[in-house]
Design a protein. Structure first.
Length: 268
């Protein structure tokens, strides 16, 4: 299957000023998160109102963009900065790290917790189900950009394999679509249905970390590692190394959440 001929630029106003599909996907992701957050804010017992949701999403947006870009540069392309000092700000060329974006969002959680006089995990549990919306649109943006393609395969074992123009002419896994489906759509529904009823504090956050880390670890077997990390990827890819703490941390949070709930119930 040939990669569909998609122009990454939707329209240009003048020179580099315009709108591309990659940027639009991020906007749609935040719009979807805002819509879901607004709906959740109106539910009985919600810790935040619609205005606070909008306020946090602004800080969350900054955390995702700044953390995601810096994470990509630090984790995957550190030497590129020596060749091109402006490389970190060329977001329109693609290249964002989820793990870096997560660290940026954690900083936003900490700041907003202090600002709203709530706790870190109150915020994390409330917003965690919205994150997969942005993950799904972001990975689809990677697909439109024809970047982050998968490992070489063949049509016999993978009938949906594609030839990506920016790659080497071999059939490859469309791994960004695997991530869109697993880390985005599937994880969204898991968190959505899990969080519809009250859960102990930290449980929703823990399930998000556990779910994302597991799905990302699996997809990394089909995703082409960065050229300067291929030797490392013979054992574990950088994405898998960064996902392992998420899997462990998520499991620990869920265990602690239900253990604390059990202790509280017994105390009563």
């Amino acid at each position: 299957m040939e990669f569909p001929n998609i122009n990454p630029v939707i329209f240009e106003i003048y020179g580099p000023v315009g709108l591309n599909w990659y940027g639009l996907m991020y906007l749609l992701g935040f719009a979807g998160a805002w819509l879901m957050g607004t709906i959740r804010s109106k539910a009985p017992g919600s810790p935040y109102n619609a205005e606070q949701v909008s306020d946090f999403l602004f800080y969350g947006f900054l955390g995702v963009v700044i953390g995601g870009r810096l994470g990509y540069v630090i984790f995957y392309m550190p030497m590129q900065v020596l060749e091109d000092p402006l490389y970190p700000i060329r977001i329109w060329d693609g290249g964002m790290s989820f793990h870096g974006g997560l660290l940026g969002v954690l900083v936003a959680f900490w700041y907003f917790a202090k600002k709203s006089n709530t706790t870190f995990f109150t915020i994390a549990d409330f917003f965690a189900p919205m994150v997969p919306i942005g993950l799904a649109t972001g990975r689809f943006g990677n697909f439109v950009n024809g970047e982050l393609w998968g490992r070489v395969t063949d049509l016999q074992s993978t009938p949906w394999a594609m030839i990506f123009p920016k790659a080497d002419g071999n059939y490859r896994h469309p791994s960004m679509l695997y991530e869109c489906i697993l880390e985005g759509i599937v994880l969204f529904f898991i968190l959505y249905f899990y969080s519809r009823s009250p859960k102990p504090k930290m449980a929703v956050s823990g399930l998000f970390l556990l779910g994302y880390g597991t799905f990302r670890f699996i997809v990394e077997y089909y995703r082409e590692p960065d050229s300067h990390l291929k030797e490392l990827a013979e054992f574990l890819s950088m994405g898998q190394i960064l996902s392992l703490p998420m899997i462990i941390g998520g499991a620990v949070l869920m265990i602690l959440a239900y253990r604390n709930q059990h202790k509280t119930a017994n105390a009563v």
